[in-house]
Design a protein around this ligand. Structure first.
Ligand SMILES: [Zn+2]
Length: 366
């Protein structure tokens, strides 16, 4: 198996980074009549900044409001707008779904793409894939692209203004990165782009975990005050860049598969991706028979930043064995990343680990 490492062409992060969008795009030679797909929640905040940035660079651009769901219909609507306006590049500004739509439109038209996440709730912005849903919001498929984004631009002033729950969820997604990458490597399984792990991918995944432990609690305090601090900067980098590179070039394992299993139960739909991944990480550690020191470190981190460590915290109090079986079976379907574990998993083993992780989490809460 060949080693493969992938990443965006350029990553830019800092306070007021949005102001440099046109300049950064011009530097890469991709500031050609951009179509900006922008989320409702941030349009008011970003529009004046974008006007100023593109005017200063003498670049004309168009803005289209994101419809709220990354569906085939929404991708087509934005694609038609891009064609109509003669767009030379696509920019997605907003949450994960707006960015997923931007990547899909850019890929369909073979145009360069810029991702501007306005929350740091997951590690998707740097990746070369989109999750496509039905217009009603039901998962349909993952769509993979030839290339990662040309530019990922993260304005930490904008991230700091968002509700802190998003930053915490991003830490939950980032928490899994080291454990899943390490497991994938140990099992000699392929990463998310079908290659063997590089040393750099593993080092990045480890740095991601170390950054969470060192800065997570302090970054949360900054996010609560809506201020930008060095700790917040480091956590945004961990959530978006380190976790993004770490999961794609390092690999995923049972933590994300448990997340996918949990989504089969409607009670968990009110919870964010990263919140479910955090509990999935705990399940992975139990399944792998990790020692109590390692598990306690993860539990301590989750408690410090407020990530769920029990089923009740995910809306699943009094989960029956029957419904736990649904989660376990879903986490083990063909093609799931649970098969990247170095040993064969059974439905019973995953069910047992779900209940054991929950009990350990409850005991830790005292
Ligand atoms: Zn994830």
């Amino acid at each position: 198996m060949l080693k493969i490492f992938c990443s965006p062409s350029r990553y830019v992060q800092g306070p007021e980074a949005s102001r440099s969008l046109a300049q950064q795009m011009a530097h890469l030679g991709i500031a050609e009549r951009p179509l900006v797909i922008v989320s409702d929640a941030v349009r008011k905040q970003l529009e004046p900044v974008l006007n100023e940035s593109f005017a200063a660079a003498s670049v004309g651009f168009d803005l289209i409001d994101f419809g709220g769901e990354c569906s085939a219909a929404e991708i087509e609507r934005c694609q038609r707008a891009a064609e109509r306006n003669g767009a030379g590049s696509i920019v997605g500004a907003g949450g994960g779904k707006a960015l997923d739509t931007a990547r899909a439109v850019a890929s369909a038209l073979n145009l360069p793409v810029v991702c501007m996440p306005t929350i740091a709730a997951s590690d998707a912005p740097c990746s070369a894939l989109s999750v496509v849903y039905s217009p009603q919001g039901i998962f349909e498929r993952c769509q993979f692209y030839k290339r990662n984004p040309d530019l990922v631009l993260v304005d930490t002033s904008v991230i700091a203004r968002a509700p802190e729950r998003y930053l915490v969820a991003g830490m939950g997604d980032a928490l899994a990165t080291w454990f899943e990458a390490e497991t994938t490597q140990r099992a000699c399984k392929p990463n998310q782009v079908g290659g063997a792990d590089t040393r750099v991918a593993i080092a990045i995944a480890r740095l991601c975990y170390d950054t969470l432990l060192a800065d997570g609690a302090m970054a949360l305090e900054a996010a609560r005050q809506h201020v930008v601090t060095p700790a917040l900067e480091r956590i945004v980098e961990a959530n978006v860049l380190l976790s993004g590179l770490g999961f794609e070039s390092g690999g995923l394992a049972v933590a994300h598969a448990v997340h996918n299993g949990l989504t089969a139960l409607p009670e968990t739909h009110a919870f964010l991706h990263g919140e479910k991944v955090a509990f999935g990480t705990l399940v992975q550690l139990v399944l792998e028979g990790r020692d109590s020191q390692e598990i306690n470190e993860v539990l301590g981190f989750c408690a410090a930043v407020g990530l769920p460590v029990t089923l009740a915290q995910l809306g699943l109090d009094h989960l029956s064995a029957e419904r736990a079986r649904i989660v376990a079976e879903r986490s083990l379907v063909d093609g799931e990343t649970s098969h990247n574990e170095p040993f064969a998993l059974t439905t019973t083993a995953v069910m047992d680990a779900l209940f054991a992780a929950d009990a350990i989490g409850r005991a830790h809460q005292g």
